[in-house]
Design a protein around this ligand. Structure first.
Ligand SMILES: Nc1ncnc2c1ncn2[C@@H]1O[C@H](COP(=O)(O)OP(=O)(O)OP(=O)(O)O)[C@@H](O)[C@H]1O
Length: 509
């Protein structure tokens, strides 16, 4: 709430916007660029992109390329504010992979931080589609597997020569990074920083903070100051005690940065991105940005994808399930995400929909309360088309990229414009078209109009459903409600029983 109020204050210009944000690079002045015309692109990367079905870069990717590999040469840190689905992931992945493609020694040089596991997995896949083409390896630190499994993927132990036995006291084993690029969530990253032998950020050249506004909102055990400290500390120790450096550290320091005098090592380049990038100076100051350059699309603060069409459905509160079912039937099995306001209502709504009888649509729940394996299974089935409708809390709001999602339904009105933008942005991605429907009762209409105005949306027509389609569902609805009531009671009973069992176990101990 506090954060939203501050952002609104900034939007009303009561808080000064940082000077460098006042003269941005306008991404909308760029056009798609065929890979064959992209300057300096490594031919092996070009081939890997073509294999992934990409033959040209989107405007935000061209703009970032220009400021990094192009004439900009990574001289400034980048803050990118670009609509959902505009291709921000490849916008940072491609220049990083291109820059690291000439590295001679493997060590951890690029770190990408994301707020959730599923997002991290998605971004890892983008890196994995191009990095191997130039001999780079990509790691993942998200707590998906056990920490020991993760460590063995991230840290390489030197192969001992046959017959030679090293005494760890006299011959410390040199642990090395097994990856050049690491995609991580803050919690697991902190585990490795604090506890994993051989895990170091001292060679880091690139730090990406994706979904920046979300990540800066949560301090996650002060992960950001810790990361910055881990990358800075080596500079001081280098000057105070140069003899402690091994070969890798020397290699890191032979590249002299262009344009920044008296520094014998590459600066840590930071890239921060979001579709709703914060303008709050206090938040941005935590990143210690170096001559930041702001890239944004057009002159509006929040921009929706070009081919997104917004609609509203007006109905009484208690009629919402009927309208939803009727709408889903109307959409005839097109891929669809239904957003609710909480994990509890996600579960209740999904259960209710299942009691509606055979709708001919496969519906699944996806929420932060579920186990990761179940969530991953649902996501896989949704991607593959086995599931057509996913009912979700905000767990799916940000960044998730599922091909073919044609519709987003706000079952509960989004509280903020940022929420609307991220939810709606699950459709109309990569230049495709999509629709976002919001269910409202009459009292909410005015407020919703005001909310959309913040993203310059003037047109949000009413979507009319055939009245007989709603009437015909009434009797099924009443029966489904009854079943839901029984189900809620049964689940509450099971929970109490489980609670009783575990508390009596505790007493026995
Ligand atoms: N140059 C390209 N050509 C074709 N498709 C692309 C290109 N770049 C990205 N895409 C596709 O566009 C989709 C959206 O990309 P991405 O997830 O990076 O968007 P985003 O800007 O990060 O969105 P969000 O703000 O929601 O996280 C993905 O499916 C991706 O594969």
């Amino acid at each position: 709430m506090e954060e939203e109020a501050k952002e609104q204050q900034i939007a009303r210009k009561k808080v000064a916007v940082l000077p460098w944000m006042r003269s941005p690079v306008d991404v909308s002045s760029f056009e798609n660029c065929p890979l064959t015309q992209l300057p300096f692109l490594n031919p092996r990367l070009e081939a890997a992109l073509c294999d992934s079905g990409i033959d040209s870069l989107f405007p935000v990717q061209v703009a970032v390329w220009q400021e990094t590999v192009g004439p900009g040469s990574f001289e400034r840190d980048l803050c990118v504010n670009s609509p959902t689905g505009s291709g921000k992931t490849l916008a940072y992945a491609l220049p990083i992979v291109q820059m690291l493609s000439t590295r001679s020694v493997k060590c951890l040089r690029a770190l990408v931080v994301l707020p959730t596991r599923d997002l991290a997995l998605q971004v890892r896949d983008v890196f994995a589609s191009i990095a191997p083409a130039v001999g780079l390896s990509v790691g993942l630190a998200v707590g998906q597997s056990s920490i020991s499994e993760e460590i063995s993927m991230l840290i390489e132990r030197p192969k001992l020569e046959a017959g030679i036995c090293y005494d760890p006291h006299h011959q410390p084993i040199e642990l090395q990074s097994a990856v050049d690029i690491l995609v991580a969530t803050p919690g697991r990253l902190m585990d490795h920083i604090n506890n994993t032998k051989g895990f170091t950020l001292e060679h880091l050249r690139f730090l990406v903070v994706d979904e920046t506004d979300r990540l800066l909102r949560e301090s996650y055990q002060s992960w950001l100051p810790m990361v910055l400290q881990c990358t800075n500390s080596t500079v001081d120790s280098f000057f105070s005690n140069p003899s402690t450096f091994g070969s890798l550290k020397t290699i890191r320091r032979i590249g002299v940065e262009r344009g920044f005098k008296n520094k014998g090592h590459p600066r840590l380049v930071k890239m921060v991105l979001s579709a709703t990038l914060t303008q709050d100076p206090t938040k941005l100051s935590q990143l210690h940005l170096h001559h930041p350059l702001f890239l944004t699309t057009g002159h509006i603060r929040y921009k929706l994808p070009e081919h997104l069409h917004s609609f509203k459905l007006i109905c009484e509160q208690q009629m919402k399930p009927l309208y939803l079912v009727s709408l889903l039937k109307n959409l005839q099995g097109e891929k669809c995400i239904v957003f609710t306001s909480s994990v509890e209502s996600t579960h209740r709504l999904c259960t209710l929909l299942k009691f509606f009888g055979d709708l001919g649509i496969k519906i699944k729940e996806y929420s932060g309360h579920q186990h990761q394996t179940l969530r991953s299974k649902t996501l896989r089935a949704f991607r593959e088309g086995g599931v057509q409708v996913v009912v979700s809390s905000d767990a799916m709001t940000r960044g998730m990229d599922v091909e073919g999602v044609r519709n987003v339904i706000n079952y509960d009105k989004p509280p903020y414009i940022k929420t609307y933008i991220h939810r709606a942005g699950r459709t109309a991605r990569a230049g495709n078209s999509g629709r976002c429907f919001t269910l409202l009762h009459q009292d909410e209409v005015k407020q919703f109009k005001k909310l959309l105005k913040k993203a310059d949306i003037d047109s949000c027509p009413v979507h009319i459903l055939p009245s007989d389609s709603i009437e015909s569902l009434r009797s099924t609805y009443d029966a489904a409600l009854e079943k839901l009531k029984e189900n809620v009671e049964m689940e509450a009973f099971k929970k109490r029983k489980l609670g009783f069992k575990s508390s009596s176990k505790m007493k026995k101990r």
